[in-house]
Write a protein that binds this ligand. Structure first.
Ligand SMILES: Cc1cc2nc3c(=O)[nH]c(=O)nc-3n(C[C@H](O)[C@H](O)[C@H](O)COP(=O)(O)O)c2cc1C
Length: 272
């Protein structure tokens, strides 16, 4: 039950909820009515678009919610944040507070998902002591696989050989890089858009983190480590019916960038 209700006294019959419903299941019969309840995406567009707060759905009642329209950052600030963000490969040896981590995740879960599935699971290492153990475990395994001559052929094997080499010669983990935290996104294999949902969630997390001065690193090498140590997935508590999207390190940067690296111009295929 989606608990769709219209406050007759507040409804101005503008039809915005019906016009904006992506599933097309709201009809204007004097006041708005649901025509196909199971077809609801639960996206809350109808609730958000209602100008008078006449519409409640799925336990969302307008009188309890606030609009953020007057609290958005200026255009240049958003653009500057995107340009200023960098991959962070050096981290301070300190945890980020659990409260801030939770705030970042509660923001990231507002990222769009295909058919509004909202099924992204965030697996998070919150303590650097856990990261230290994980680092020793992963490095030990990769070094052992390499020593036994069992690294896969090609790209994957080449990169992991480099990882093993740096670990053996310098004692440096170039996968986890001393970061205090790791974030992995996953979704049930049945999700309509598993790749997109898990990546968009991380991209959203990354920008939200950057706005708090928290650094991040998309971590392809960790994904490669998972490919040769698949049992790590269970060890990290990720459900077996999930597909992993990607991995990201995060923490307080131990590096300051004093200028923006210019990119572009964008490669664009304009039509019309
Ligand atoms: C999908 C993806 C995977 C990445 N994997 C790694 C990685 O394993 N290790 C690493 O040091 N950087 C990794 N990076 C970071 C890129 O090298 C980095 O984004 C690029 O050099 C541009 O630098 P910038 O992010 O500071 O703008 C990855 C980035 C992306 C988007």
């Amino acid at each position: 039950m989606i608990q769709f209700k219209i406050d007759d006294a507040l409804c101005v019959r503008c039809g915005e909820c019906a016009a904006d419903c992506p599933a097309g299941i709201i009809a204007m019969n004097d006041i708005p009515e649901i025509t196909n309840e199971p077809g609801c995406f639960k996206c809350l567009h109808c609730y958000a678009v209602c100008p008078t707060g006449a519409l409640s759905i799925l336990g969302n009642k307008p009188d309890r919610e606030v609009s953020l329209a007057d609290q958005l950052p200026q255009v240049e600030k958003v653009s500057n944040l995107i340009k200023w963000r960098r991959s962070i490969r050096r981290y301070k040896d300190e945890n980020i507070s659990p409260e801030l981590i939770d705030e970042l995740l509660q923001t990231a879960c507002h990222a769009p998902t295909g058919v509004n599935a909202c099924d992204v699971l965030f697996t998070v290492v919150r303590d650097r002591a856990f990261m230290e153990k994980l680092s020793k475990d992963i490095m030990g395994r990769i070094a052992a696989i390499e020593a036994a001559g069992n690294l896969p052929e090609g790209f994957l094997g080449q990169y992991l050989a480099l990882v093993a080499d740096v670990w053996k010669s310098e004692g440096r983990d170039i996968i986890l890089r001393g970061a205090p935290h790791l974030l992995l996104t996953s979704v049930p294999k049945t999700a309509p858009c598993p790749v997109q949902d898990t990546h968009i969630a991380l991209a959203t997390f990354e920008l939200s983190a950057a706005s708090h001065g928290v650094g991040t690193l998309w971590n392809g090498l960790f994904m490669m480590a998972l490919a040769v140590c698949p049992d790590l997935v269970e060890q990290l508590g990720i459900p077996s019916d999930h597909v992993i999207g990607y991995a990201m390190l995060f923490g307080k940067p131990a590096v300051v960038y004093h200028r923006v690296a210019k990119r572009g111009p964008a490669k664009v295929n304009y039509l019309g």
